[in-house]
Design a protein around this ligand. Structure first.
Ligand code: ARG
Length: 396
């Protein structure tokens, strides 16, 4: 027997199956846990609305919990023939609960199932991401605590501009990294709408379902209405999250670029610990900042992941389309990339050392000229423009 839900006994061309499924059966592994959670809420709702009796409801819930645990333990995986996590879970349900398993799909479709599972996943990602960026800012705060008083030049146009310090430098990045929380909030808000009950995209005529019930069980802030909005919104929370992650990675990329520059022999402002730099196969003296170069490279590739997500829904007509499936690969890659890069950044930042002597050596005394002009304004009551001219003339 075929495991496809929509199978009507007609042969399926293997080539077409492989093409349409793509990597979905592999990528969906991370959605199993969330589909189980949403399926349990759906089953309880069917019970509450009288479509399942109490014994059926409890049996289905128990079996779903069991299936979820078995997946976590590695006892089953989604097969290509099953196409995705939704079909795989229903097949498992039928294996373990027999005909009763066939009752679970009343009033839902894979179209709202994938929406709800993805949103539960995105909400978890947003919450874990807040922790991941806190670790990075924690490392920056530690750097500021331990080496913050070291004076370093502040640059504009890559030219020495004004006096700065390690704490000024580190706190600036920490503050901007934290500011990305506002973008995570936006993604969270978009993911916080319950699409379950929209089914294929047009609701469930003839059935009396309680959508508010699953909204509250799953902890969503609202039921998404009208049902026609649900499919139109697929990709939106994903895009918002992608934008937030790109901004986080951009901040980490710029931080890394500074460190690569500061670690050159010409600057020599930063020493990279042995455990954070890498050697060369030909030049024995080399200690390279590969870690920071790669962080920067990930930040560059991140925007192509984001573009792949945003571009997908452009100009698509309303309702579900299989195109939407392709959001997963760039989205998951971007999420994994960001967690990995945030973790390595907080690790590596604890292993860099600014050199206070070298910082003095490279700082041009002219760096204080703006301050000298400010002093003249205050001591002599002249205009800033006049003070600027005097300081410039004195230093010609
Ligand atoms: N794997 C599909 C996706 O990610 C699930 C929904 C399939 N629905 C369908 N009508 N073919 O979009």
């Amino acid at each position: 027997m075929s495991s496809r839900l929509w199978d009507k006994g007609l042969p399926m061309d293997q080539k077409i199956l492989e093409f349409t499924v793509g990597k979905d059966f592999i990528l969906d592994a991370r959605l199993v846990r969330f589909d189980i959670e949403a399926s349990i809420a759906h089953v309880r709702m069917l019970g509450k609305c009288g479509y399942l009796n109490q014994a059926e409801t409890e049996k289905l819930v128990d079996t779903l919990l069991l299936i979820g645990q078995a997946h976590e333990d590695g006892n089953w995986t989604i097969s290509l023939e099953q196409e995705d996590c939704h079909t795989a879970i229903e097949s498992q349900l039928i294996v373990h609960a027999g005909e009763l398993g066939g009752k679970v799909h009343l009033g839902r479709s894979r179209n709202d199932q994938v929406l709800v599972a993805m949103r539960l996943y995105l909400r978890e990602v947003v919450s874990l991401m807040r922790g991941a960026i806190k670790n990075v800012t924690g490392s920056l705060e530690k750097l500021a605590d331990q080496q913050g008083t070291i004076a370093i030049p502040g640059y504009t146009h890559m030219q020495q501009a004004m006096p700065s310090s390690v704490s000024h430098w580190a706190n600036g990045f920490a503050s901007e990294i934290t500011a990305n929380e506002a973008l995570l909030d936006a993604a969270d808000q978009l993911a916080n709408l319950n699409p379950l009950g929209s089914a294929a995209g047009y609701g469930t005529p003839g059935l009396k379902l309680d959508r508010e019930f699953t909204t509250s069980v799953l902890g969503f802030s609202k039921t998404q209405e009208p049902v026609t909005a649900c499919q139109l919104s697929r990709g939106k929370a994903e895009s918002a999250l992608a934008f937030a992650l790109v901004q986080i990675l951009n901040d980490l990329g710029r931080l890394s670029s500074d460190i690569c520059l500061f670690a050159t022999q010409e600057y020599a402002l930063v020493k990279l610990g042995k455990d954070v730099s890498t050697g060369s196969s030909i030049m024995p003296q080399k200690r390279n900042p590969d870690v920071f170069e790669l962080i920067r490279a990930h930040s560059a590739q991140a925007s192509s992941d984001m573009q792949a997500i945003i571009a997908l829904t452009a100009k698509m007509t309303s309702g579900y389309h299989r195109d939407l499936q392709l959001i997963k690969e760039p989205l998951f890659r971007l999420i994994d990339r960001t967690f990995q890069v945030a973790e390595i950044t907080s690790h590596a930042l604890r292993r860099i050392e600014f050199d206070p002597e070298r910082a003095k050596e490279i700082t041009d005394p002219s760096i204080n000229q703006a301050e000298e002009a400010y002093a003249l304004v205050q001591s002599e009551g002249i205009s800033f423009r006049e003070a600027y001219k005097r300081v410039a003339e004195q230093n010609m």
